[in-house]
Design a binder for this molecule. Structure first.
Ligand code: SF4
Length: 335
């Protein structure tokens, strides 16, 4: 199985419940950024640039929980910034789990060993460690030597303590996919529970644009990725992968992955900021969703980001007959 049964069951129940109530726009994964500060300055990160003025601000645990209660998403991706430097992270995680939600705790992995004692292993929590290549490449991407080694120590410690661990790899223009294959082989020996892959995306706030790819290049790269990495336990949805490799079209459903951070609900999406809203209701009702997406807003032209398109497999207008069966078969398979 790709994901814990509790995650599949609660997601299915949640989606069915929202559909029965006639909800048109509802979130699947809340992107929760309790702070934007980070101990690294990675080449592809837009957050530390976009939020330079508020980099020292952080949400309280209560603000995070109120926002989660308001939007109701069954899954929370705690990101940032580096969430492992958020002081109340242990309490935040246990409060979210007490609400029967599932968490992806996205981290560069450097503080896992130091803070592991604050968490309890459960099928509702994944450590999601960002790794963009083997040691030399990864340390180059994050602009600091030794990060890969510390992240690997963190993964080993978390696995030894009984936690679920997955990794998240950004595919850049220069990424050598044969190296990613070697990385996944190595991580499989550490019993890592799954691998996410996503295209490098062009934050308006990121200056180093040459590392980001136009759609045609993303498609070529992901056709190759599916061939070279298909044997591993990928946690990236097969329908989203079909979209990334150009086999099908999809409409952006950015409301499916709303982002909440110290400035409020970020609209319209994880990548682009036209407004911050005080409430989730405002984000949904005041965002002119029909103006965003490929072919509608020039800033969306090359976007294939997971936060805009991965939920489209479930929420979007481009769903096809047989998609649900395909997703179920994929969830039940265990490479
Ligand atoms: S396509 Fe969607 S997710 Fe991508 S930048 Fe535009 S609004 Fe955001």
């Amino acid at each position: 199985m790709r994901f814990p049964l509790s995650l599949t069951a609660s997601m299915s129940k949640y989606i069915a419940g929202r559909r029965i109530r006639g909800a048109q726009k509802f979130p699947l994964v809340m992107m929760l950024e309790p702070l934007h500060a980070c101990n690294l300055t990675c080449t592809g990160c837009g957050r530390i640039r976009e939020y330079a003025d508020t980099i020292r601000e952080k949400l309280t645990v209560e603000q995070c929980l109120n926002a989660l209660d308001e939007c109701g998403a069954p899954v929370v991706s705690i990101c940032g910034g580096e969430p492992m430097i958020y002081p109340d992270l242990g309490r935040l995680v246990s409060e979210i789990i007490a609400r029967k939600k599932h968490i992806y705790l996205c981290t560069n992995g450097m503080f896992i060993c130091k803070r592991l004692h604050e968490f309890k292993p459960t099928s509702r929590l994944f450590f999601n460690v960002h790794l963009d290549g083997l040691e030399k490449t990864h340390d180059l991407c994050v602009e600091r030597d030794g990060v890969f080694k510390e992240a690997i120590e963190g993964i080993k410690a978390a696995k030894a303590a009984g936690f679920l661990v997955c990794t998240n790899t950004t595919i850049f223009r220069e990424t050598d996919l044969r190296e990613i294959r070697e990385l996944f082989k190595y991580l499989s020996t550490l019993n890592v529970d799954g691998f996410m892959i996503s295209p490098a995306y062009s934050y308006a706030a990121v200056q180093t644009k040459e590392i980001f790819m136009p759609r045609s290049e993303i498609r070529e790269k992901f056709r190759e990725a599916r061939k070279l990495l298909g044997e591993f336990k990928l946690m990236t949805s097969p329908i989203y992968l079909e979209f990334l490799s150009g086999e099908r079209e999809m409409m952006c459903t950015a409301w499916g992955n709303p982002t909440f951070n110290p400035r409020g609900w970020k609209g319209p999406c994880y990548l682009m900021t036209d407004a911050h809203h005080a409430t989730f209701k405002d984000l949904i009702e005041k965002t002119p969703w029909e103006k965003y997406g490929h072919g509608r807003d020039p800033r969306c032209q090359d976007c294939m980001v997971h936060a805009g398109y991965e939920p489209s497999a479930v929420l979007g207008a481009n769903r096809k007959f047989g998609d649900s069966w395909k997703l179920l078969k994929w969830q039940l398979s265990n490479p």
